[in-house]
Design a protein around this ligand. Structure first.
Ligand SMILES: [Zn+2]
Length: 130
């Protein structure tokens, strides 16, 4: 069992997750109906939530073998893209996302249900952010 899984199993109030993503080289990717975007190499942060089955949700994100459904699926199944860390929070998704630094590369990414005007639930943190 991985750290984040153990943490989620012990605390039922955890409902928000952040995926720390590395894009190993610049990629041009189709993100479903949003369109085609250029993703610079570097680190990204994706913030999402699951009211139930948080572990199953995050496991699904980490799996490459799935039907593409959400915007994040298109990014995470691409070559040279990987999740390097998962962090969990009790905080609501949008405030947590809005506290994250970084720039918006794809307007509307992961934000179809967002009513807090985040702009995007994917943030680009830059090329060399540790
Ligand atoms: Zn939001």
């Amino acid at each position: 069992m991985r750290d984040w899984e153990r943490q989620a199993a012990l605390d039922a109030r955890l409902r928000t997750y952040q995926l720390h993503i590395v894009v190993g080289r610049p990629r041009i990717l189709d993100i479903g109906r949003l369109g085609t975007f250029r993703f610079p190499a570097g680190r990204y942060l994706y913030t999402g939530s699951a009211r139930r089955n948080l572990i199953a949700r995050v496991r699904r994100h980490l799996s490459r073998d799935k039907k593409l459904r959400w915007h994040i699926d298109y990014l995470l199944t691409a070559h040279a893209v990987k999740v390097v860390e998962v962090s969990l929070s009790r905080d609501a998704e949008c405030p947590l996302n809005q506290r994250a630094a970084g720039e918006i590369i794809v307007p509307g990414f992961g934000a179809s249900d967002c009513r807090a005007r985040c702009g995007s639930h994917l943030r680009y943190l830059g090329e060399n952010t540790p």
